[in-house]
Design a protein around this ligand. Sequence first.
Ligand SMILES: *Cc1c(COP(=O)(O)O)cnc(C)c1O
Length: 461
Amino acid sequence: MDKDLLRHLPSVNQVLDEPSLRGVFVDHAHDQVVAAVRAELDEVRGRIRRGEDLNGETSPSHLAQRVAFRLSEDYRPKLVPVINATGIVLHTNLGRAPMAEEAAQAAYQASQGYLNLEMSLETGKRSSRQDAVREWVCRLTGAEAATAVNNNAAATVIALRALCRGQEVVLSRGQLIEIGGSFRIPDIMAVSGAILREVGTTNITRLADYEKAIGPDTAALMQIHTSNYRIGGFTKSVALPDLVALGRKHGVKVIDDVGSGALVDYARFGFQGEPLARDSIAAGADLVLFSGDKLLGGPQAGILAGRKEWIQKIEKDPLMRAFRLDKMTLAALEATLRLYLNEERALQRIPVLSLLGTPLEELHRRAEELAAKLASLPGVHAAVRSDIAYVGGGSLPDQTMPTWLVEVHADQFSDDRLAQRLRTGSPAVLGRLQNERLLLDVRTIFPRQIEMVVEAFRQLV
Ligand SMILES: *Cc1c(COP(=O)(O)O)cnc(C)c1O
């Protein structure tokens, strides 16, 4: 142990006075910096006692640098941007839909200043914050009225509570879904106060099953899109127009939870069977529910569209206040919906649509470009290959899409370790680990991010 070195360690104040530490006082309170200096000095003392050779690392300026680094590590923000190289377009753990530039700008502006959130500038009187989305949802779906809440789970709870509490809601056993987390239809039904009346079987439910269940306590017939699973083989379910006709005959409402909120026909991307809210409204559903941040490609929200009478009743429910959207989300949702006024523009501007619509040859070209750049780094090996991917976010579970990816290895790291270093790097890059290989799917890497991925590797090797 070098007693001299210990005795001559700089004092806390000497380190604090280092000019290179001035910057950290912008982000940190004095006591946070002092604590970091003490921690650094303690660590250095420990290393000296263990007899480590610290050649020169005990100077005030060196210690100050270490303190600045320690502060930046200890107080790292929890949320950071991630480059999504998984190929999963709607990745729930990565925030589902990336928003359009127009939507992000609208949210930014709404947050930076004041806006007419609940005021008609025409009359100077109070208005509803729902006006920002009502008209656009109505135009795009053909509904009479519309409103929006925090997410589709909230939309389901408030609809069932406002319209069906204490009464029965008839639902096919084949549609008793769990979306993930704690969203299970029987539980949602229970918290809403509506009474679930299951009919049919897992694979087969007929119109007669619904009809037999209708009685004096029935408030609604409900249909829920099985967004995240499919039942194959010998199955039967009831088409919405038949359900609507049955509801009309008995004077009960029909509620359709279409889930993903596609506003354009996804058949254009090769995906079949994704319901459109517009079709449900046209078929006569009284209320249609869907998410804002799945296939619609906007911010997290739950949209309710349908008959004015029911929308008004929902808006009067006390839960509306608890579930209402904030100004930034409303602004982003309005901007996203307005992009759909011209479908061609929506296809170009809404990232979920443009990512799914990127031609395969273009993905191949980007994969070749990325692989060539990565392979030019020392000790990095990259090869291009085609594969299949899923949309994700609990949407289109049984339908795959072809894609191109880059398989990477680095001499310095195992693939596992490489993946971990990329995740915690800056920028963070999340690839797909498949059969212990690290794959970078270019479908979800925005073109402007290709260089950033290369830079992330450059920093590692
Ligand atoms: C995703 C989904 C929900 C839940 O929507 P969130 O917006 O995630 O709350 C409800 N119903 C269906 C059919 C869904 O696909």
